[in-house]
Design a protein around this ligand. Structure first.
Ligand code: NAD
Ligand code: GLY
Length: 363
């Protein structure tokens, strides 16, 4: 097991990465205020992994309340969030009860938001079960639910006490979800580490075969980069915005098609393709650079062509992005492969991007 530390001005927490970690109650016990946890999961993940977690915690004397939610991005809503509050109140959970998120990014984001709100804040722990959640959403304290008009629009910055990333849990992940997670892994290379892009080109086949060493390296490298960025800018006043590479376009795809139609990681992959094309339109990336991004996304099994939303819908959906400043959309673009910046995209370059071969022009 490897352990990274995320260090913030007023807290720090460990990120454990390894195998056979789910049954190790001793990793969790030191972080509990009371011997009581609410394990929030969904129907799919609970069927696979609730029992081993429950039995190891119960054997260690911890009272466990499972809260099992419906599965899917379209359930990342107020109504589902309320189911968590209903269960906590019905069982008279106190401020010392720790919420334990067992699931992918949807469960992690909702559990974190519930923990931020319940009795004005209770501790929470992340046990991410998708690659996407292990490399990104479980780390850094962004918690949220969706609003029909925009992705992750209602939420809070609220840090977990601990993150446990167990590579063994990825064995059961559907292939499409593995590819979606690889989009966020590729993101780290494109935004800040050219050597990691080369590593990914060489190791993508091993990652897709779920080689545990390759996966652990990718998770560790991604978490290290994320911890470094979040450590500098917890509330996204500056450098943290770079972690949104591909997300302005990607969130528009998710909301435009209806949440859950495309996976978040797929939308981010296609969004990074558009960010690369826009960076080419700005004169920053060469055609060869754009082709390299396209090839890497394809190696990961990700779509490189966005769906046809129509220009008006693209603009209106992207206007809800959290990076919009004084009504102007700002994008994360690439000055070179491995070096991202936040920039405005002039109307002509945006139009060329949306009319490039990377966007379907009719449904
Ligand atoms: P998800 O949580 O919907 O999980 C994907 C699917 O895989 C679900 O059907 C889930 O039940 C299933 N699953 C999970 N673990 C499994 C396992 N081990 N075996 C078999 N099936 C399993 O999706 P996701 O891709 O993990 O997360 C996407 C969400 O994360 C989006 O809502 C996105 O906005 C959010 N996100 C948040 C941040 C952040 O910083 N907070 C960062 C990136 C993404
Ligand atoms: N996933 C983007 C962030 O955590 O800032």
């Amino acid at each position: 097991m490897k352990t990274l530390d995320l260090v913030l001005p007023d807290t720090r927490y460990p990120i454990h990465i390894g195998q056979q970690l789910l049954g190790k109650a001793e990793l969790i016990l030191p972080h509990l205020k009371q011997a009581r946890v609410a394990i929030v999961s969904n129907t799919t993940v609970a069927a696979l992994y609730l029992e081993p977690l429950l039995s190891s915690l119960s054997q260690a004397g911890v009272d466990c309340l499972p809260v099992i939610l419906p599965d899917g991005e379209d359930f990342k809503t107020w109504e589902t969030l309320n189911q968590i509050f209903d269960a906590l109140l019905a069982q008279r959970c106190e401020r010392g009860t720790t919420l334990l998120a067992l699931g992918g990014g949807v469960i992690g984001d909702m559990t974190g938001f519930a923990a931020a709100c319940y009795q004005r804040g209770v501790p929470f722990i992340q046990i991410p079960t998708t690659l996407l959640a292990q490399v990104d959403s479980s780390v850094g304290g962004k918690t949220a639910i969706n609003h029909p008009q925009g992705k992750n629009m209602i939420g809070a910055f609220y840090q977990p006490k601990l993150v446990i990333a167990d590579m063994d849990l990825l064995d059961t992940l559907p292939e499409r979800e593995l590819s979606a997670g690889l989009a966020e892994v590729i993101k780290y290379g494109l935004l800040g580490d050219a050597d990691f892009i080369s590593w990914l080109e060489q190791n993508m086949a091993a990652l897709r075969k779920r080689d545990k060493q390759a996966l652990a390296y990718a998770v560790e490298h991604s978490c290290r980069m994320k911890a470094d960025i979040v450590g500098q800018d917890e509330k996204e006043q500056g450098v943290r915005a770079l972690l949104n590479l591909g997300h302005t376009f990607g969130h528009a795809i998710e909301a435009g098609l209806g949440f859950g139609t495309w996976l978040h990681g797929e939308a981010v992959g296609a969004g990074m393709m558009l960010a690369a094309e826009a960076s080419h339109q700005m004169g920053w990336l060469s055609e060869a650079d754009v082709a390299r991004v396209e090839a890497l996304l394809q190696l990961a099994g990700l779509p490189t062509q966005s769906p046809a939303l129509g220009d008006a819908a693209w603009l209106s959906l992207m206007a809800h992005d959290k990076k919009v400043e004084n009504g102007e959309i700002r994008f994360v673009l690439l000055q070179s492969l491995g070096h991202a910046v936040v920039a405005k995209l002039p109307a002509a370059e945006l139009e060329h991007t949306l009319h490039s071969r990377f966007v379907q022009q009719s449904a």
